[in-house]
Design a protein around this ligand. Structure first.
Ligand code: MG
Length: 162
């Protein structure tokens, strides 16, 4: 039986932090504010994985009041969510990710993000979609206050034929 999960996240830009998206450091003059490394794309991905198995959300499992997650590499949140998916007897069929930001340009980094997410999820690169949108200069994203990310994940039975 297939399962689907949807994740969304947003973070505010701030000076003095590296910009992490999809586990990749993106050259930019600003990073994202947050308790962990503030990788909004991986956070959306984790919420999609958790949602697909009815396991709550990232804030319940990794609360931003816990000093263990201060400046944490969000890849470890993905690894934990993946372990929950596997414990449920499921595997990731594919994921589709969208970054919405006015800047920086994400296009030059899509291949690196796909490769890193495929590595984190132990799935083929062809099973990872990475898309980027500007917000056409509208609203808080268009004004460059922050960025948002969306993720959809499809799970299938781990014992299903490949
Ligand atoms: Mg977040």
């Amino acid at each position: 039986m297939a399962r689907v999960g949807l994740g969304y996240d947003s973070h505010r830009f701030c000076a003095g932090r590296p910009l992490m998206l999809g586990g990749v450091r993106i050259p930019h003059d600003k990073g994202l504010a947050g308790h962990s490394d503030a990788d909004a794309l991986l956070h959306a991905l984790v919420d999609a994985m958790l949602g697909a198995i009815g396991a709550g959300d990232i804030g319940e499992i990794f609360p931003d009041t816990d000093p263990r997650w201060k400046d944490a590499d969000s890849a470890q949140f993905v690894q934990h969510a993946l372990s929950l998916v596997r414990s449920a007897g499921l595997r990731i069929s594919n994921c589709d990710l969208t970054i919405i930001t006015q800047s920086p340009k994400i296009g030059p980094h899509k291949a690196d993000i796909r490769a890193r997410v495929s590595e984190l999820l132990s799935i083929g690169v062809s099973a990872v979609g990475v898309k980027a949108k500007t917000n056409e200069h509208m609203g808080w994203i268009g004004a460059g206050e922050g960025l948002a990310a969306l993720a959809v994940v499809c799970l299938e039975d781990a014992d299903a034929g490949a």
